[in-house]
Design a binder for this molecule. Structure first.
Ligand SMILES: NC(=O)C1=CN([C@@H]2O[C@H](COP(=O)(O)OP(=O)(O)OC[C@H]3O[C@@H](n4cnc5c(N)ncnc54)[C@H](O)[C@@H]3O)[C@@H](O)[C@H]2O)C=CC1
Ligand SMILES: O=C(O)C(=O)COP(=O)(O)O
Length: 594
């Protein structure tokens, strides 16, 4: 399609139904799941420029190996929440850039591994028996039996580099063909290898001279790029054949061409290339055309079954993510089981609101007061037994930074929370306290403390969950019990008669409706501390009016402080706040939008 046929970047068509772009051939089974709820646009053959132009309108992107999901594509995808790879390898996706932007990358870790393993065996036998050349020769009208004598694989040694999911399947199939298998994989389990009858070796030097066939099944990483070059091919038997159904570039293509041309090795079966399709006359093109090479155009995963599997795998995850759930195979997010996540959901909401309350109430919405701070999140009761609290960590970061105007416009989630916290200098320690406090009546209690350099608590917010409802039970020194929801006015005041009426009048004058109201008194500890402080200054403690005006004021201030927490409807302008601040007995006012 010509670039002019797509919308320009500035005016992508935006609809209210979330949209998913599929620029490659992905099986219809999975896409049908998505079509029930979302607009799915299949646009095979989209150019890089067209992708850049279209991506701003999409929440989801589903690709295979052809689409390059670059940092530029991700940055342009302002609505993107998920990039799904309908397959295994994610080397065509800039996963780091996605992580930074909070975009979840998912894949199908095992949907096509049988297909890839079987294709490897197909190439193994095809290279051993010259199947490709024989087919072409016969189709060309020739009958070349003596030129096309092959070798057997039974009894021979197959070397496998990368004994992961595909590598292990290939190993089992090769053993089934009567081959001996030696493998190199620094991360493979020796026990699993032994049980499968695979001999693990410690280095390429130990592997290369002994193998008759070599196959690689590692991902393409900086550490596996050009893993085999001239020096390595020279160490192999002249009769050896090499296979690649992993990624182009693990064998250096120029070196492989030289090894074939100069007879250092006997042949190759290659499914993947550094450029797909190869440019004319390039190394991958010469490799594909080489008479000693059986080549296929990246067909490892191209079976009907594998394509249905990977499509179902990734589409299910896209559905889950776009409806607020978690994926089962995220490449850039921690693994959290769905039931675990559901259990944490109310706490996720609670902790996010606590973070937001902190920033708006204590830090006055000023990012500078949140950045560079240390926080402690303490989980008590049942929550203390939850192993994976990553969603709570992310919720706190999100809450702390979301009301700050310079939050960078990024959605904070479990994918990028650590990065964003690090960028802002926010340190969060999580503590699990297994014994609920003796006085606690809650099944689980969460405490957020902002810490001084010496580790002492500066401000405290405490909350709990009852059923699915969330409550704040402590705001600094005050005992409260309110839903952290909607627009709240938090007024620090002297707890004297008439305050509520005054506040009600000010808000009424400004046409602001009060939806609920609560007076949060000093907690017992604070009362005792205040009383002790007051006693040491004025020598007496008073709860009610005191005779001496000057002394009574300071006593009242410390023993009769309270927070008035109001839920309000209507816009709280600076005029309203100024009016409230100048009301008698009001010490401070903060507006919190949750
Ligand atoms: N041609 C095709 O159509 C297909 C290609 N693939 C490719 O196959 C690759 C492997 O897939 P899986 O087996 O599912 O992945 P996997 O993650 O299960 O296994 C990869 C293995 O490579 C090992 N490894 C990593 N670096 C290594 C190194 N330097 N030396 C030795 N071993 C190393 C790892 O420890 C791991 O065991 C994928 O990354 C993908 O690129 C996968 C499916 C289809
Ligand atoms: O899953 C993989 O890693 C593959 O290489 C398969 O690629 P494909 O989806 O067939 O473009």
């Amino acid at each position: 399609m010509a670039p002019s046929a797509v919308s320009p970047p500035s005016s992508p068509s935006i609809s209210s139904v979330p949209k998913i772009l599929v620029p490659e051939k992905v099986s219809a089974e999975g896409l049908a799941l998505l079509r029930a709820q979302y607009e799915v646009d299949t646009r095979p053959g989209l150019s890089a420029d067209e992708l850049l132009a279209l991506i701003p309108a999409y929440q989801g992107l589903i690709v295979r190996s052809e689409t390059k999901v670059t940092a530029a594509v991700l940055a342009a995808g302002v609505r993107l929440r998920v990039v799904a790879r309908a397959g295994v390898g994610v080397d065509n996706i800039d996963v780091d850039a996605a992580t930074g932007l909070g975009v979840i990358v998912v894949n199908s870790p095992s949907g096509n591994i049988l297909a890839a393993a079987e294709h490897t065996v197909a190439l193994l036998l095809a290279t051993a028996r010259n199947v490709g050349r024989a087919d072409a020769s016969l189709k060309g009208g020739k009958w070349e039996r003596s030129k096309l004598v092959g070798v057997e694989v039974g009894g021979k040694t197959l070397g496998i580099i990368g004994l992961g999911k595909v590598g292990m399947k290939v190993a089992r199939m090769a053993i089934g063909l009567g081959m001996k298998v030696a493998a190199l994989d620094p991360y493979a389990s020796p026990d699993v290898a032994k049980q499968a009858g695979v001999q693990l070796v410690g280095s390429l030097d130990a592997l290369l001279p002994v193998v008759d066939f070599l196959t690689i099944h590692t991902p393409l990483l900086a550490s596996t790029l050009n893993l085999l070059g001239e020096a390595e091919f020279r160490k192999m038997k002249a009769s050896a054949r090499v296979l690649n159904v992993a990624r182009g570039g693990v064998y250096n293509e120029e070196a492989l061409l030289k090894a074939l041309d100069e007879g250092w090795i006997a042949g190759a079966g290659i499914d993947v290339f550094t450029a797909e399709p190869p440019l004319p006359d390039s190394a991958p093109a010469r490799l594909a055309a080489h008479p000693k090479v059986v080549s296929t155009p990246h067909l490892g995963a191209s079976t009907v079954e594998a394509q249905e599997n990977v499509s179902m795998d990734v589409c299910t995850q896209v559905l889950e993510i776009l409806s607020g759930g978690l994926p089962t195979a995220a490449v850039n997010a921690p693994l959290i089981l769905p039931e675990e996540y559901r259990r944490l959901q109310p706490f996720v909401r609670l902790v996010e609101r606590m973070g937001s309350l902190y920033t708006q109430h204590f830090a006055g919405g000023r990012g500078g007061m949140v950045g560079g701070r240390r926080f402690e999140l303490v989980y008590r009761g049942e929550l203390a037994g939850v192993g994976n609290t990553r969603p709570l960590f992310a919720a706190l970061v999100k809450g702390l930074v979301s009301s700050i105007s310079d939050a960078g416009g990024r959605d904070v989630n479990i994918v990028n929370a650590t990065l964003i916290a690090k960028e802002r200098g926010i340190a969060i320690d999580e503590r699990h306290v297994r014994d609920a406090e003796p006085t606690s009546t809650y099944a689980s209690l969460v405490t957020l403390r902002s810490l001084q350099i010496d580790g002492s608590a500066e401000q405290v917010i405490e909350g709990y969950v009852s059923g699915k409802a969330i409550f704040i039970s402590k705001l600094d020194r005050f005992t409260a019990n309110f839903h952290p929801e909607g627009t709240l006015l938090v007024l620090h005041n002297y707890d004297e008669p008439g305050k509520i009426g005054n506040v009600g009048m000010v808000l009424g004058r400004h046409g602001i409706n009060i939806t609920f109201m609560q007076v949060a008194g000093l907690n017992q500890q604070a009362k005792e501390a205040a009383a002790a402080a007051a006693a040491s200054t004025v020598g007496s403690v008073a709860d009610g009016p005191v005779e001496d005006e000057s002394e009574s004021r300071s006593v009242l201030y410390v023993t009769k402080e309270a927070l008035m927490i109001l839920g309000v409807d209507g816009e709280v302008t600076t005029d309203v706040i100024d009016d409230l601040k100048t009301s008698e007995g009001i010490l401070n006012v903060s507006v919190v939008k949750l």
